[in-house]
Design a protein around this ligand. Structure first.
Ligand SMILES: Nc1ncnc2c1ncn2[C@@H]1O[C@H](COP(=O)(O)OP(=O)(O)OP(=O)(O)O)[C@@H](O)[C@H]1O
Ligand SMILES: [Mg+2]
Length: 308
């Protein structure tokens, strides 16, 4: 049995006539870093808030920790949440902020844990500096530390990278990977696929409230791999030439006139010369590489057309 830490079936949230999240399914296994990708208004925050127990779903099911049969509240305690802005007190230091939260959570002797968390997020040396003087990156790191109070199993992060400079992005990514290495399952949203490309193990692409695709990092990389695209008079006629003459095994017939070659050793000049020699008419041949962002846009456009 796979270890499913969050199970979402047909989850829906409507506000009046507006459907913010429409019948979404998503199963998250322990140890994954799931990137929730969607444009503004796609439904990322609404989905995360339902998972965090901050808002009630209109319909659908949410199960946690392999459908363990304890009451709902204890599940939410095992989740650390940073959604929208962390509720930080600007006139207090990082330590004081975490201390106030620890008291609110009923963790009165949390000093050791707080110091450890400050070290984890790289804020151990800032002493009594007040949050109002923090950079955005520092505030995000403190927000993550706050979400980690109480040692949760799952961390929900809503756009923690949004607005950070490149250095800040690198730091938050490194922190997320470190936390994941230590066993935390992480669900993190962003409107830019590329930003999560180096850390997510799985992607859930959402568009206008719908789950468009759930895809593993490996599958996504394969789809965005470099390929040679051939437009041919007849794609089928090229197959024996590719296989027998050029010894190319990694190819795909896309449609009657289009064929993709993935073989890393394949060369455009060699392919076109050999095809012509064997009487296969070529309309065009070129190297094609799709960026992650182009893939994301293509997927959401397709989804948009379906609903148009
Ligand atoms: N409390 C609410 N009342 C009415 N409509 C809402 C409410 N919360 C969200 N919505 C609508 O639901 C849709 C999804 O919103 P949501 O905030 O989940 O999107 P998002 O993907 O987080 O977007 P962003 O990238 O801007 O943060 C939007 O059209 C939004 O206007
Ligand atoms: Mg949002």
């Amino acid at each position: 049995m796979p270890d499913i830490i969050i199970e979402i079936n047909g989850l829906t949230k409507t506000y009046g006539s507006k459907t913010a999240v429409k019948s979404m399914d998503l199963h998250i296994r322990r140890g994954e870093i799931v990137g929730l990708i969607g444009k503004n208004g796609a439904g990322k925050s609404t989905l995360l808030k339902m998972i965090a127990g901050l808002i009630h779903p209109t319909s659908g099911e949410l199960h946690f920790f392999n459908r363990a049969s304890a009451n709902g509240q204890s599940f939410f305690e095992r989740m650390g949440v940073l959604i929208e802005q962390a509720g930080l007190y600007s006139h207090y230091s990082a330590f004081e902020n975490l201390k106030l939260l620890a008291i609110a959570y009923g963790l009165p002797d949390a000093n050791t844990q707080i110091n450890k968390l400050l070290k984890t997020v790289g804020l151990e040396d800032i002493g009594s500096v007040k949050v109002k003087s923090f950079s955005l990156g520092m505030k995000q790191r403190l927000g993550i530390a706050a979400a980690l109070l109480g040692s949760p199993d799952v961390l929900l992060l809503d756009e923690p990278i949004n607005g950070l400079d490149p250095q800040g992005i690198v730091e938050i990514r490194a922190l997320i990977q470190e936390l994941n290495k230590n066993g935390l399952t992480i669900l993190i949203s962003s409107h830019i696929l590329e930003e999560l490309s180096k850390i997510a193990t799985q992607y859930a692409i959402i568009h206008k409230g719908e789950m468009v695709e759930v895809i593993s990092a490996d599958e996504l990389l394969h789809k965005c791999e470099e390929r040679i695209e051939l437009k041919l008079e007849k794609a089928e006629a090229a197959i024996p030439v590719l296989e027998r003459e050029l010894k190319i095994a990694d190819y795909k017939v896309f449609d009657a006139n289009t064929l993709y070659v993935y073989d890393p050793g394949a060369e455009i000049r060699q392919i076109s010369k050999t095809l012509i020699e064997h009487g296969v008419g070529i309309d065009s041949i070129y190297k094609y590489k799709q960026s992650l962002e182009q893939y994301f846009l293509a997927r959401t456009e397709q989804a948009g057309e379906r609903h148009a």
